[in-house]
Ligand binder design. Structure first.
Ligand code: MN
Length: 191
């Protein structure tokens, strides 16, 4: 990577976390305050946090260019390719957030409890016109394909942007299973 690329990605990242910072009072919430520097990670992290806020939802986060791209999935992920789960894109989160569990105090943004429902690594499988593209590019285009290697979730998932929001759909592969209800089957934290 060239120095100019590093500089550019730092600028992008700090901008990208502006909303995250603005929504939170780090003197009150125990959520991680983004450290100014780059966080070294190996591979690509994904995490699904189960968030019992005003309404229970699952937050899907994918490491992209040094931040966690994030979606709130009200009904949670499914292993059934027939389920199209609405995924509402939310603000980018810092990488440190991937291991966050705890209670966000009353009166703070997202007040309620957070557990790491699943985590692991993902592989980008996104293509356009038969050619490999980066996940950042795929998300910009509105259609991404990823392969998850989590403790609970595994196999291919597609994220597609629609007028109502994104849709998270299990791909038809050997990890698909229409009979499972993975949310009920394993409700707890993986940490
Ligand atoms: Mn949330």
């Amino acid at each position: 990577m060239k120095d100019s690329d590093l500089l550019r990605s730092d600028l992008v990242n700090s901008d990208s976390l502006k909303t995250y910072r603005e929504k939170r009072n780090f003197g009150v919430t125990a959520e991680p305050e983004p450290s100014g520097g780059r966080t070294e990670t190996h591979g690509q992290i994904f995490v699904v946090q189960k968030h019992s806020a005003r309404s229970l939802h699952y937050d899907l986060r994918l490491e992209v260019d040094g931040v966690l791209k994030s979606w709130a999935v009200p009904k949670g992920p499914s292993t059934d390719p027939k389920d199209k789960r609405l995924a509402i894109q939310t603000e980018d989160h810092p990488l440190e957030y991937a291991s966050f569990e705890g209670t966000i105090p009353e009166g703070q943004y997202g007040a309620g409890t957070v557990i790491v429902w699943d985590t692991g690594s993902y592989k980008n499988m996104s293509k356009k016109d038969g050619l490999d593209i980066t996940l950042a590019q795929a998300l910009e285009n509105g259609h991404a394909a990823i392969w998850l290697e989590g403790k609970k979730l595994s196999g291919g998932y597609a994220l597609t942007r629609t007028l109502r929001g994104w849709l998270l759909v299990k791909m038809r592969d050997e990890k698909a299973d229409a009979k499972r209800d993975i949310l009920k089957e394993s409700p707890g934290s993986v940490l």
